[in-house]
Design a protein around this ligand. Sequence first.
Ligand code: CDP
Length: 217
Amino acid sequence: MSKRSAKYPVIAIDGPAAAGKGTLARQLAEVLELPYLDTGLLYRAVARRVLDRGGDPAHDGPEQARQLVPEDMRRNDLREPEVDQAASIVARHPEVRAALLERQRHFGRARGAVVDGRDIGTVVFPDAPAKFFITASPEVRAQRRYEQRHGQPCTDPTRLAEEVAAINTRDEQDAARAAAPLRPAEDAVMVVTDDLDAAGVLEHVCQILQEKGIIRR
Ligand code: CDP
């Protein structure tokens, strides 16, 4: 029997760059037997299309967002550092966000979902029965992102400082934009993950979902 008690819930997972949203969302989707949607991939795919065409991420996002096809999200070059920054730039444009909004809602409405991003609890699914905002210090997030990319911890302080700077730039950009800025929904549960590993975060979140009656006891 499924652990899920609510039929088709949407679980919103938001937070700044490299906070571990994807790891948590993927594991949670498995536990709850729900589909998983990584909305960052949509913005990354739009940015990739703009870069491939030699366009300007600040201006050419809307056209590419309207032409996005499912194969764009299956590319294996969406997580490169140049795409991190370009995704954050295309994501500022209200027309890009508008072009992607209905796709996200359609995905979640069909049979519930675990959805991760920046504006899931505030804009995409404001009625989600469970919202989490996952954070950690920029230093911890930079180290995690480095390990994810290189398969080992970063021991070079200069290199780590560059990673921290890139993360801070993106967070500032994401939080300062007028359209759907990065911020916790009023009813989001904050989860600070500096001292938790992936299993610890999952356990903590599952406990809250039990308290909310979304996971069976
Ligand atoms: O995995 P990471 O946290 O590094 O980033 P991501 O979730 O893949 O998102 C990449 C970029 O897309 C972010 O920096 C945001 O600018 C944008 N984004 C957004 O604006 N809204 C979302 N729901 C998801 C991502």
